[in-house]
Design a protein around this ligand. Sequence first.
Ligand SMILES: Cc1cc2nc3c(=O)[nH]c(=O)nc-3n(C[C@H](O)[C@H](O)[C@H](O)COP(=O)(O)O)c2cc1C
Length: 264
Amino acid sequence: FFFFTCCLSLVEFNRGGTKVYGQNMNNKINGSSIAALSVLMCMGSISAYIIYSLVNEKKREKNESNILELIQRRRSVFPKQYTSEPVSQAIIDAMLEGARWAPTHHLQEPWYFVVFSSAKSRKELGEFLANDYKNTSTKLGKFSQKKFDKKLKNAEAASHIIAICVHRTDGSKCPEVEDICAVSMAVQNMKLIATEHGVGSYWSSASVHENKKDRAVKNPISLKKFLDLPFHSICIGWLFVGNCDAKCFKKSQRKNISDKVSFR
Ligand SMILES: Cc1cc2nc3c(=O)[nH]c(=O)nc-3n(C[C@H](O)[C@H](O)[C@H](O)COP(=O)(O)O)c2cc1C
């Protein structure tokens, strides 16, 4: 449209703007008025374009500040803070869709999630986590009945529990740590989408490590069996999800970033 009006204006000015148009029609239009109209339309297009760009720029700035605000609002919200109202399937689907778009080296998309949504499956998971805790803590002489009961209660209180897994094969193209990073970014996406919907979540690493002092992730065999994970895949945690009061997203603290950055 902009190009067209420019051309029309130029043509009209070149013609001197004196020719009379539409001689065979009822309405006779003077060439110079068409030229003037074209210039006006041209200026209108330019102004519209400038206004559109300014509005878009403002929108982009607003989006940027919204994203930072969302990142800062995200909190770990624990099962005792969840309400009994289940999280809708639409929100769980949105979280999983967010996970799908995490960065991933070689497009390996190494995430794999097992969603415990039914009361029965969460009870089974709660029993697995509680019994695993019992076995390991008893060996260390540190068993606490209170902690055991809490594991059962937490699984019951959550609306959904998502096993966070890293799918790997013999032929995986990336070092394990890169796949773990990609899955962690997917989890952050899920947590941000949950936060945006006012849904609480927290990452638990209970029963994930055979030995907490290991440098690499090595799942206990019982966990791999429970989740039916292939040999090379690993579980790196559990995302507990539940509806909660808006007050659960309370302000937190972080150290100043300047202590953690050096510019060169
Ligand atoms: C990889 C990972 C594992 C975590 N494991 C646990 C856990 O086992 N138990 C727990 O209470 N919180 C766990 N958290 C949550 C942290 O405790 C929480 O993020 C931290 O206290 C900061 O609070 P915020 O998330 O509200 O900002 C884990 C977080 C990450 C990233």
